[in-house]
Design a protein around this ligand. Sequence first.
Ligand code: AHM
Ligand code: MG
Length: 351
Amino acid sequence: MSSRITIERHILDQQKLYPQASGIFSGLLYDIALAAKYINREVTHAALVDALGSADSINVHGETQQKLDMFADSTIIRICNSTGRLCIMASEEHDDVIPIPEDYFGGKYALVFDPLDGSSNINVNVGVGTIFGIYRKISSGVYGTIEDVLQPGSKLAAAGYILYGPSTMLVYTTGQGVFGFTLDQTLGEFFLSHPNITIPDKASYYSVNQGRQRYWPEGVRKYIEWLQGLDDPSRPHVDTRYTGSLVLDFHRNLVNGGVFMYPGDMQKPSNISGKMRLVYEGNPLSFIAKNAGGYASDGLQDILTIKPRTLHQRVPLFIGNRDLVQEVERFIATNDGDWMTTYKAQRDGKQ
Ligand code: AHM
Ligand code: MG
């Protein structure tokens, strides 16, 4: 039998890179991997166990919650809240932060997560994902406060995602390389399958919901035409792929090279910052992209430098190959003065 590296072994090996590490952080990563196995089992059996469909409840974003959204959310909370490793949590599915019950010890870390991203794809058997980020506690006191989860992405200690697709993968980084693991369904264990992921220099794809094109700022529209080579037919075009599941689209571009975008738009004032959530989606994926040699921007600046003001703050997201993301910043700077002013005021809480 060839010696395969389990996620536990890998996490412990990574721990050795931090001589002062206590093992708490490693334990937390392993807790998340365990939650991923539960969610994977439910996602893959959903059609058989009546777990598909909506749950007759609406989340903080006004979206109908799916049964699997709620299963994933409660699974992560149940596994992570009693270990003494966390001081607080925040989930895309909750209005407010999730405290650690007082029966349990408070820990040194704060967890943010989107339990099941892309859930509108669940009922048609298209892959979905879980996204997470881990911050060090900065508040005083035994338990955490909202301050711990509203840190800029540059302060992340780790981030990752789980992709429930034809195979289930867990990808994570602690800031020293990005590693991908594939779940061996027969053994119920994640094994290292993608050591040291870096985004290829050449981008293969761009991913965007082109149906919203008419609402985009002018610079974004011109940028897409530039990607398509419409301004200069002698230049090769970039192909497009879009599933509507962020984790899938992000993962494809991470492995093959490319750029994912969900721009802010002009349809109504509440759309000026787009759809993606800074805390649960933008920051963790931007941290991964950066550690794989990529870059993420809100169209104006590095996502990781934005200090979230609120838990469910939205952010335009351009993420993937550095050169392509910097190019969209140039298009926006040249064409979208009005959008930039309005967006910036909203982002910075000045309107
Ligand atoms: P969700 O967190 O409620 O599932 O929404 C986020 C999803 C992303 O996975 C995906 O990139 C995007 O919404 C798709 O939005 P749209 O349908 O507007 O293209
Ligand atoms: Mg989401």
